[in-house]
Design a protein around this ligand. Sequence first.
Ligand code: ATP
Ligand code: MG
Length: 447
Amino acid sequence: MDLPEGLRRLWGLLNQRAPTYLVGGCLRDSLLGQTPQDYDLATALPPEQVTEAAAGLHVVPTGIRYGTVTVHTPLPVEVTTLRSDGRYSDRRHPDAVAFTDRVEADLARRDFTVNAMALGYDGNLTDPFGGRRDLRARVIRAVGDPAERFLEDPLRIWRAVRFLSQLEDRTGRAWHLEGATSAAITRHRAETCEVSEERVRDELLRLLMCRSRAGLAAAVESRLLFIAIPELAALHGFAQRHPQHDSDVLVHTLRVVGEVEATPVLRLAALLHDVAKPECVLWLDGVTHFYGHDRLGAKMAEGILRRLRLPGEVVDRVVGLVSNHMFPWTEAGPKGYRRLRAEVGVDGLRELVALHVADVRGSRAAVARWELPAAVAARVEEVLAEPPEVIRLAVNGRDIMAAFGLQPGPEVGRLLAAAQEWVWEDPARNEHQTIVEHLRPLVREDV
Ligand code: ATP
Ligand code: MG
């Protein structure tokens, strides 16, 4: 096996003192012929002795209570002392961890068979649960009784669907949930409420970033997705009678997620862009319309993302995209484009175009290869090329108060907004005196 030099050296150092194994995702990925993202070692040495053995290297005690230290070799390697877990009464941390020198006991506390193998320094593979068999068959199977294991730590339910997509991405072939594991996911999905929002968020993001849609499909089929985001449940089976759509809102949504580039902001925006459609439906002449679902959807998305504890910057960007995803790209003139750029920013405008293309492609099979019309692309580039100072208003609130003898208040804001609209229409107007003369007849004397 092709291992980084620093890892090899550390492994040898530890193994001289006590049996030390390569475990977890790196072993799984190596057996799949993939380059691992990070490496984990499991050792019979207690953490203090790991630190001692790694003298001279940078060692960080990342989870000393559970016997984990991270050694920078310089590549960070997590070294965990072999342990068996006791009961999990808080649904996350075992009440007691007992260090052990039996690697099988350590493997028994791991989540899935493909993650529960250990490679000894001598090259011997310990595989008590049939991990290699499941790797070959591309099966995600819980170690032991799936229901019990999911109740111990319900995050494993999310991990199962995440691995479904991630392993398909890595191997290029479909993976499956073993029957009892799949049944336990459906049965115990609501237990994921007990898991902290942050842990669910991290798994959901990792799932969304995958190319494969298998994990999301499984999260829909088991209704796990609707435990994390109940607002999406109403989209499931919600028919759209419209010549531009050939699927229900949720199927469309998942297609858009798959179409759009894999960044957290774009994937989240795709997932939530139509969340308000069921609230906004209006039937006219046998056709469904969803007036206002963009603005209401933005409000709903904000609530959902805050609840999932996404960083404020991500929330703002996603909300801006959802709110503007119905922008009339072909009808809008320069003023509309400038207003849009002012609202979402340069990066936001590029993201919004990407979301729009994915949204159209995801609406009907017939337009799966749709491209942005050249005229729209040209208008986007034009507004992006415009230096910001061209439309940055040449007057501020103080100028307006001075020009019209006003006190601070809503009238000043109203006049500023009117001035901005007028300048967006034609940037040549963006000059102090020109703006003041334009505003003069608009000033309300009575406020
Ligand atoms: P990735 O490719 O995402 O890093 P991974 O399998 O390495 O996948 P990690 O979260 O890095 O996932 O965990 C390392 C190993 O620790 C897993 O392979 C698994 O054996 C074990 N593990 C991690 N989280 C859990 C959990 N919640 N329950 C049981 N075992 C777990
Ligand atoms: Mg890992």
